[in-house]
Ligand binder design. Structure first.
Ligand code: ADP
Ligand code: MG
Length: 302
């Protein structure tokens, strides 16, 4: 098979591992930088050009679209879908998962557990917003943040009010969330492929840090997850329509709570913590699913 990896940087660990896994399993790998693609949108023969060449003959795409290029990256992926190319994750599901508000709304409709969360842009009654989600301590998040930047813990009502007002002053959309203290600065990354959690790791924040992001100095280790955690992670990926997803859970007194669903989960941390060939499993998923008629119908849903 000819498999395209939509990635802006072929030197990234995840991209390198995917190329390696594709080739190891006897397929051809092509790394495609979405930003450099240009498209011809027409009803007879839609096409994509890259480095002066027509990108044809692809059997599947593995999208690794950075959060900073969601719009254009998903447009290029959609064009492949228009050409009936199988994608590990569909453009529509990636777009959904990139919007934290939309994601949590979809998860709530499917009854997936999550921290009590409020959303606001310019709340006219900040104390009431704080009351709505159960009062301080609270986690306040910028909707556009990633890697733990823009996530603040406000321990008192006064601190919460002033942080919310500061963000409002910056005209930022924010999320106000119940603080799950018993998670102890840790979360669980569940790597879902298809309808299974194929690997899981615990990420523990640095000493004194409530954020477990590896980019914020957190450390990863192997963990066994419960059947309920497994079920929750799979349900979350399914609610988003993602076949490959990194589902982040917090362990709370009332069971697993979903914090985020990531459509391009990194491979370095999880392969390192578990020793599993996750890139190989993604390619295996393609081998089993590309080319099915159901996927061509799937591509019609935009
Ligand atoms: P980002 O998208 O920037 O990674 P997250 O929502 O994942 O933002 O938050 C970053 C980290 O902060 C999480 O991995 C988790 O460890 C911690 N965290 C986030 N929300 C909560 C919460 N409601 N209760 C406890 N810890 C939280
Ligand atoms: Mg996160």
């Amino acid at each position: 098979m000819k498999i395209g990896i939509l990635s802006q940087n072929e030197n990234l660990y995840s991209t390198r591992r995917l190329v390696e896994a594709v080739e190891q399993r006897g397929h051809e790998a092509v790394v495609i930088n979405a930003l450099r693609c240009y498209m011809n949108i027409n009803s007879v023969k839609p096409s994509i050009h890259f480095e002066g060449q027509d990108l044809t003959g692809f059997d599947a795409i593995i999208p690794r679209i950075g959060a900073d290029i969601t719009f254009y990256g998903c447009s290029v992926l959609r064009q492949f879908e228009m050409m009936d190319v199988f994608s590990v994750n569909q453009s529509i599901a990636i777009t959904r998962s990139r919007d934290k508000l939309r994601s949590l709304q979809l998860l709530s409709r499917k009854g997936v557990g999550m921290p009590i969360t409020g959303f606001a842009s310019k709340p006219d009654d900040v104390p009431d917003l704080i009351k709505m989600v159960g009062g301080a301590p609270l986690v306040i998040k910028l909707l556009e943040g990633t890697q733990g930047i823009g996530v603040v813990l406000a321990e008192t009502q006064k601190a919460a009010e002033s942080v919310i007002e500061a963000f409002m002053g910056l005209k930022a959309n924010i999320m106000v969330q119940e603080f799950i203290e018993e998670a102890g600065g840790a979360d669980i990354r569940c790597f879902v492929i298809g309808d299974k959690v194929i690997a899981a790791m615990k990420r523990q924040g640095a000493e004194g840090e409530f954020r477990s992001n590896l980019h914020r100095g957190g450390s990863a280790s192997l963990i066994r997850i419960s059947p309920e955690e497994r079920k929750t992670a799979v349900a979350a990926a399914k609610a988003m329509g993602l076949s490959v997803a990194g589902v982040d859970l917090l362990r709370s007194n009332r069971g697993p709570l979903v914090m985020e669903v990531n459509s391009s989960p990194g491979l370095e941390g999880i392969e390192g913590a578990t020793g599993k060939d996750i890139a190989g499993m993604i390619v295996e998923f393609i081998e089993k699913n590309a080319g099915k008629a159901a996927n061509r119908r799937r591509n019609d849903q935009q």
